[in-house]
Design a protein around this ligand. Structure first.
Ligand code: ZN
Ligand code: ZN
Length: 271
């Protein structure tokens, strides 16, 4: 909550409250829903109406890429895989470079009301709420991870935005899970254009060489199970490019945890 959201107060009160700081304000003022500012019982939780607008991702889903299936008849086990985990058609055909990917919510109108202000609107306090939902969706991935790495922003974009939203999420997830994280180990060597309108082949070209490791970074990822953290997972091209760098440096495994993911073209298809 920011001071400008507060009901009008006498100026002396305002100055006093400002001096008390955020934690004290939380104790004095009733908690509000971070999406719509309705009163809620617990600080940092969504009100019932906003909770209903987000779409949590749960089973059934593709064991590999986390694509949600519409019903249990979708997906197929990999030939010869005794676990019998269901995979989407794309992952049966050619699995991604990363191991598993999971996301808390579908990237739809409901989750955009939280993710977009967090990403572009300086609403950095939303990191706590998003990370808690991510920790739930990715609890198996977090349990296995040795090191959490945020998908980096290019320095130019970081200067303009002032924060890397993926790093804020990784920091929160590290605190929740007790796992170490490293904000500057993986670097974006150059600015990349928005990938949304590019085809798969163009994305590969654009992302070629876009990510590197900081000096000495290879030693820190070698043999480690790395969990990449990002806000939104779309085509998976960005995290695949990061995974390629980490695997080449000797990472034992690279998995992905995001706040939200696009439904993907295969969501409504059988298989
Ligand atoms: Zn609300
Ligand atoms: Zn899949």
């Amino acid at each position: 909550m920011v001071i400008s959201d507060l009901p009008p107060l006498r100026s002396g009160w305002r100055t006093g409250l400002r001096r008390l700081g955020g934690a004290a304000l939380d104790a004095l003022l009733p908690p509000r829903c971070p999406a719509c500012a309705a009163l809620v019982l617990t600080e940092g939780t969504l009100c019932l109406d906003c909770f209903r607008t987000v779409t949590p991702i749960g089973a059934p889903l593709c064991h590999r890429c986390g694509l949600p299936f519409l019903h249990t008849g979708q997906g197929a086990p990999l030939p010869g895989d005794p676990s019998g985990h269901l995979h989407c058609a794309r992952c049966v055909e050619g699995p991604p470079l990363y191991g598993r990917a999971r996301a808390a919510w579908l990237y739809d109108d409901g989750s955009k009301r939280l993710v977009l202000p967090f990403k572009y609107g300086d609403r950095t306090e939303l990191a706590g709420l998003l990370a808690r939902h991510m920790a739930q969706a990715g609890r198996e991935l977090l349990a296995e991870a040795d090191l959490l790495l945020p998908v980096p922003l290019h320095r130019g974009r970081l200067l303009a935005r002032r924060y890397n939203q993926a790093a804020l999420l990784a920091a929160r997830l590290a605190r929740l899970s007790g796992k170490p994280w490293a904000p500057h180990l993986l670097r974006r060597a150059r600015h990349t254009p928005k990938l949304a309108k590019l085809g798969a082949a163009e994305r590969l070209v654009v992302l070629e060489g876009a990510f590197t490791l900081a000096p000495g970074g290879a030693a820190r990822v070698a043999g480690r199970r790395v969990l990449l953290v990002d806000d939104v997972l779309t085509s998976g091209a960005t995290v695949s490019a990061c995974a390629a760098v980490l695997l080449a440096a000797g990472a034992a495994q690279v998995e992905v945890l995001a706040a939200a993911r696009t439904p993907g073209p295969g969501m409504a298809e059988a298989g």
